[in-house]
Design a protein around this ligand. Structure first.
Ligand code: FRU
Length: 858
């Protein structure tokens, strides 16, 4: 809004514009006032144009001065609304204002009426080249034409200000004419003139008429009401309609180019009413303003709060993001550490698996060598070095495999009732040589007996780890304590040393996921302490580490004396059986090995063993070692093993579990379901960490399994036991079952064999080939199978069956020996007699006389 002047009329207009702008959300008003200065107004308009206003409202100071600025705005596409005053240029968008010509006319008429149709009056015009001044004058002059006796004796231009009214009046009075009425083109000038005239001629009855009729104090309406003016004309501001017009233009709504504002004359007759109305209006406007101020305040507060809220949300979001990133970083690091640890463990596990076979290949021959009496002391001590170091390697390997098992949830607890005290002494004794070497003093403080229900293997591993740590990190001449105590239903094992201790800040985390905390006590594979914790927890115990004063470390593990949720008697029973078995196995081992020697001395036909293993070294090792006692053949995988077994029908198959092409379990399953091989005992060599392997082995029908790495003695004993059991089974064949249970396949085979024999008893032409054909076996296969199962050849079995039948016939019929011989399939009576005598110890004619040596058949 570019205002030409600064006065209360324009202030009122500006106020109305502002108030109206509240209705619109998107209107922002800017105001400038040129204070009647043409150049200033031009500059102000230009500045608005430069600021990129969307629309200009202009009250031009004079008709011709700001035309170029308006042109510039139009060229920039800015709509221009002229208000109240006009310009020469018609290049504006719209005009709004009163009809000043009409106002001039109305005032002319009223003045004529006021003067009773005659008299002198003067006119004080507004600014010379402002459009209202020109138009009002025209209107006035036109109206006066009808009143020839109303004479306009003087008309001079002021500049709309009160001062200009006084000045012009002074000039006019100087002419000396009587003035009956003064018409100021606005109230201000009329009042300025009045002051001068009444000053000069206090008795003057002159009338004063103005324009604007503002309701403000000192405004036209009040002046009319108070009698200082005789009339005024409400020169309308109507900011509301002006803004509406501007918005319509901006929003491309229909609007009119010429918008004339209606108004009315104010005389003493209506001045009071008008004033009241105006006051009322102002009151409303004030209310509105107050309301708006309230709303503004609320809005400001709301905005402030909004900004505050947004800030808080922003800060919170940032915080959350930072926390999230931090947490993610942490968990990423943790995951990465975990993955690395897992990868390491996996790698170690694989390596451990790989190491076990060569370790077996080292330990077993070393044990064998050590047993040689002819060794020199030097050689023996060298072997001791090898043995100790392979033991260490084996222990490390087993530790890693154990830990992996714990991690995979495959580690199981084997509970037994036992006395912990002697066990602890025994476990500690293993460290004596190492302690002696470092001059460490060991204090064992355990009660005479401490009966617990626990897992001996795991407790041993726990103590082993703690003790080996202490031995390792206690300097020469130091002390180590191992204590066991019981209080109530809990027992504790404490391992304490005068070693280097554990950094305080690492104490709490020393058992955490391995590989993460590096302290002397957790170095190496890093598995040791993690395993201690895992085993302790599996046994419902707790483990803590602390530093001793002034130096050293203390590890305390605490357990319940009996394990929760365990059926002690049952587990003890199981354990008892296992122990019994272990004992028997040991006794057997000695017996077996002794027998083995005598057997080899006796030069009995050697039993045959088939070794199936994909590792050529293992095959070679087993062949060379077992070869002392057995006839050994070998195969590199399950399939080859199966073919060989079918072909050779060995007395025992010893097979590795993990093999390419066909694994040991599958091989076993096939052997046990093939009639040619179903009778052959199978011994599986399983890896130590395969917990399910025992179940797997038995499920596939294996007769036994041995965990790698194995001791030669144990293996030899198992081999012998299995072959002997087969012998027992063979002895029991046909007459119950004392030894190993025959397989389903073998039972079926036995039934079929018996049936086939019974059917052909009287057929002397019935051959072994035919028998094999009926049982689905070749002559050789039938021979091996029957021989392995019964110890006899098929021919012998067939003959035996015939002889028994003959024997029954001899006892129960009156038939002759010759008749019976033919009836039971013997080709001649003499051959029958020979066979009968060989089998029963007496000739057939003496049958039933009680002096026979042959076997009685139930
Ligand atoms: C206000 C004013 C009024 C007059 C109008 C003419 O600035 O001088 O008094 O009626 O302008 O434009």
């Amino acid at each position: 809004m570019s205002q030409c002047s600064e006065d209360i009329w324009r202030e009122k207009l500006n106020e109305e514009l502002k108030t109206t702008s509240y209705i619109y959300d998107n209107v922002n008003l800017l105001f400038s006032t040129a204070r009647d200065n043409d150049r200033l107004q031009q500059e102000q308009i230009d500045s608005f144009i430069n600021r990129g206003v969307d629309l200009l409202i202009i009250s031009p100071n004079q008709v011709n001065t700001i035309t170029p600025a308006i042109e510039r705005a139009r060229r920039k596409g800015i709509p221009v609304v002229l208000f109240d005053r006009k310009t020469e240029s018609a290049h504006y968008t719209a005009f709004m204002g009163a009809d000043n010509y009409q106002i001039g006319r109305t005032m002319g008429e009223y003045i004529a009426h006021l003067m009773g149709g005659r008299g002198n009056f003067v006119e004080i015009r507004g600014l010379e080249h402002s459009s209202p001044s020109i138009d009002r004058h025209r209107g006035l002059v036109d109206a006066l034409r009808r009143y020839p006796e109303v004479r306009l004796i003087d008309s001079r231009a002021g500049d709309w200000s009160e001062g200009s009214g006084s000045r012009v009046m002074t000039e006019m009075l100087n002419s000396g004419d009587r003035v009956d009425c003064v018409f100021g083109q606005n109230d201000r000038m009329a009042l300025g003139a009045r002051k001068v005239l009444m000053d000069r001629q206090p008795d003057s009855k002159a009338r004063f008429v103005g324009i604007d009729a503002l309701a403000t104090p000192g405004g036209g309406i009040r002046e009319v009401k108070d009698g200082r003016l005789d009339a005024s004309y409400i020169y309308p501001t109507r900011g509301d309609r002006l803004l509406q017009l501007a918005v319509n233009i901006l929003e491309h709504k229909p609007y009119k180019n010429e918008n004339l504002l209606e108004s009315a004359i104010v005389t003493p007759d209506n001045a009071e009413v008008m004033l009241m109305q105006a006051d009322e209006m102002r009151l409303q406007v004030d209310n509105l303003k107050q309301l708006h101020a309230h709303v503004d305040r609320f809005l400001a507060r709301y905005n402030y709060q909004k900004v505050f809220l947004i800030l808080i949300i922003l800060v919170l979001s940032l915080l959350i993001i930072v926390l999230f990133l931090f947490y993610r970083g942490l968990s990423l690091r943790r995951r990465m550490a975990e993955e690395t640890a897992n990868a390491k463990l996996k790698f170690f596990t694989n390596v451990s698996h790989e190491l076990r076979t060569p370790l077996t290949l080292i330990t077993a021959p070393v044990e064998q060598l050590a047993a040689d009496d002819t060794l020199t002391d030097g050689q023996r001590s060298l072997l001791g070095v090898v043995k100790r170091n392979t033991d260490i390697l084996l222990r490390l390997v087993n530790e890693i495999l154990d830990f992996r098992k714990v991690q995979n949830g495959k580690m199981t607890v084997h509970l037994a009732h036992f006395d912990l005290s002697p066990a602890l002494r025994q476990w500690t004794a293993m460290f004596e040589p190492a302690m002696k070497k470092k001059s460490l003093t060991l204090h064992i403080e355990v009660p005479d007996h401490l009966f617990v229900l626990s897992d001996g293997y795991k407790l041993e591993r726990i103590c082993y780890n703690l003790l080996s740590n202490s031995v390792k990190y206690t300097p020469e001449g130091g002390e180590i304590w191992i204590r066991a105590t019981q209080s109530g239903d809990r027992f504790a094992i404490v391992v304490e040393d005068t070693g280097i201790g554990i950094p305080e800040d690492k104490l709490k985390r020393i058992f955490e996921r391995f590989f993460q905390v590096e302290t002397p006590y957790t170095n190496g594979t890093g598995v040791g302490l993690a395993l201690v914790k895992a085993f302790t927890e599996m046994l419902h115990g707790t483990v803590t580490a602390a530093n001793r004063q002034p130096q050293g470390a203390r590890f305390t593990i605490e357990f319940p004396v009996s394990q929760p949720n365990s059926d002690a008697s049952q587990t003890a029973g199981v354990e008892e059986t296992e122990r019994q078995m272990a004992h028997e196995e040991a006794v057997d081992t000695q017996k077996a090995n002794a027998e083995m020697l005598t057997a080899s001395e006796k030069q009995e036909p050697r039993k045959r063993i088939l070794v199936v293993d994909d590792n050529a070294d293992i095959r070679a090792y087993l062949a060379s070692w077992l070869g002392k006692y057995y006839q050994v053949s070998s195969a590199a995988d399950g399939r080859e093993g199966f073919e060989t077994a079918r072909r050779e029908a060995p007395d025992l198959v010893m097979s590795d579990v993990m093999m390419p092409v066909m694994d040991g379990l599958e091989l076993c399953r096939r052997l046990k379901s093939d009639v040619t091989t179903s009778h052959i005992p199978v011994l599986l060599l399983t890896a130590r960490d395969m917990d399910d392997s025992r179940a797997d082995a038995y499920n596939c029908g294996a007769d036994g399994y041995i965990v790698k790495p194995f001791s030669e003695d144990v293996l030899l004993a198992r081999v012998k036991n299995l072959i002997d059991s087969r012998q027992q089974l063979r002895d029991a064949f046909g007459g119950g079952s004392d030894g190993l249970n025959p397989t389903k396949e073998d039972k079926k085979f036995t039934v079929k064999l018996r049936e086939a024999i019974q059917q052909h008893l009287d057929d002397s032409d019935f051959s072994v080939e035919q028998l094999g054909g009926e049982l689905g076996l070749s002559r050789a296969q039938l021979y091996r199978k029957v021989k392995a199962m019964t110890g006899q050849s098929p021919v012998e079995i067939l003959r035996e069956a015939r002889l028994r039948r003959a024997d029954r016939l001899l006892a129960m019929t009156d038939k002759t020996v010759a008749e019976i011989a033919y009836e039971t399939g013997f080709s001649s009576p003499s051959y029958f007699t020979k066979c009968y005598k060989d089998y029963f110890g007496c000739p057939p004619k003496d049958a039933g006389k009680g002096n026979r040596k042959g076997k009685e058949q139930p």
